[in-house]
Design a protein around this ligand. Sequence first.
Ligand SMILES: [Zn+2]
Length: 71
Amino acid sequence: MSVIKVPEADAAGWRCAACDEPLVMRPVELEYLDSLFNVELPACPRCHHVLIPEALALGKMHQVEQLLEDK
Ligand SMILES: [Zn+2]
């Protein structure tokens, strides 16, 4: 499965609130529109907390929607 990169998601400048570790981009399994996707998101390397960008939480995943439309 290919990893989707979200332009809205950027690890730069983000730190984990709990660990104060800089977040790193890592593939995360997300369920969206009844399908599973690997999406690259900023995550804490220590506690693996994943930052969900506001655009993602609001369901504005244009790349995912385009993938579904292409099928
Ligand atoms: Zn953490």
